[in-house]
Design a binder for this molecule. Structure first.
Ligand SMILES: O=P(O)(O)OC[C@H]1O[C@](O)(COP(=O)(O)O)[C@@H](O)[C@@H]1O
Ligand SMILES: [Mg+2]
Ligand SMILES: [Mg+2]
Length: 281
């Protein structure tokens, strides 16, 4: 696992450099979800592909920016799915963005997930890595990622980060979100899941939601590249991740780019989501 973590760290340093210096232009290409790719999306994707292709243990990679998975080494046993630059449309307004990685052994199915990782490119560059029952935070300093601390979620938090188009939410979902605010939860939503979830993890808890709604019945966030890696991190940190009804890590995408509604948070808030959603069945 160490060579993979090192490759992710090298990629992060190169992507941070690209963010700092690159013109932010749209390319002529669209990704598999029909979104126009930014040149930075494509460049970040190539950086990660290049770094991971140097690691013998990596069998196959799948990326939000690639139509199909790509075999790197038939003899490797790790399968790595990544979102090279999450929230990339926020770069031009200078908000934080991230890279997300899910690491699997033998296949891209959640029960084969062994580790996951994300990098936040904000005022500082931080990396969070979940592996062997621990979630560890690292900070980039003088070109190296230094270990900071372990991350643990409290039973209950104070942050509410509600995603999706509100006019398209189901009425019961809106009532639930409003009731968190009515109990004093603070709105924290930047539009980038990496900094939004990072904030919940580091402030001890809360709720992030991206529900199924009338405009996007299966939500927006992609299982392999966005939902599963964060679900693994939240569960390892003592929280939960569900689609409203079941653990997202019990779902199986039929296609690499499939999405799922998702709720991440500390146990108290997620238990409430499950009970509200159960009342709608
Ligand atoms: O604009 P919306 O609908 O709130 O969506 C925000 C979500 O979309 C994302 O930006 C999707 O990721 P990409 O930028 O990689 O497509 C998430 O980071 C974020 O949570
Ligand atoms: Mg993304
Ligand atoms: Mg992306």
């Amino acid at each position: 696992m160490n060579p993979i973590l090192t490759a992710i760290q090298k990629s992060a340093i190169r992507i941070k450099h690209a963010i700092d210096v690159k013109d932010i232009g749209y390319s002529q290409e669209q990704n598999s979800s029909g979104e126009t790719q930014l040149q930075l999306d494509i460049q970040s994707d190539l950086i990660i592909e290049e770094e991971l292709s140097q690691i013998e243990g990596v069998h196959t990679i799948a990326s939000e920016e690639k139509e199909e998975p790509m075999i790197l080494n038939e003899n490797g046993h790790y399968f790595i799915a990544f979102d090279p630059l999450d929230g990339s449309s926020l770069v031009d307004v200078n908000l934080s963005v991230g890279s997300i990685f899910g690491i699997y052994e033998g296949a891209f199915t959640p029960e084969k997930m062994v580790a996951s990782c994300y990098v936040v490119y904000g005022p500082r560059v931080e990396l969070v890595f979940a592996y062997e029952g621990k979630v560890k935070l690292y900070l980039l300093q003088n070109g190296e990622f230094e270990y900071v601390k372990e991350i643990h979620l409290n039973e209950k938090g104070k942050i509410n980060a509600p995603g999706g188009t509100q006019q398209c939410w189901a009425p019961f979902h809106k009532t639930m979100i409003d009731s968190f605010f009515a109990r004093g939860y603070r709105l924290r939503y930047s539009g980038g899941m990496v900094p939004d979830l990072h904030q919940i993890l580091l402030k001890g808890g809360g709720l992030f939601s991206y529900p199924g709604a009338s405009d996007k019945p299966e939500g927006k966030l992609r299982m392999l590249f966005e939902v599963f890696p964060f679900a693994f991190i939240f569960e390892t940190a003592g929280g939960k991740a569900v689609d409203g009804t079941i653990r997202v890590l019990e779902k199986n995408p039929r296609h690499v780019h499939d999405t799922s509604p998702c709720f991440f948070g500390s146990c108290d808030e997620i238990n409430e989501v499950i009970s509200v959603y159960a009342g709608q069945q």
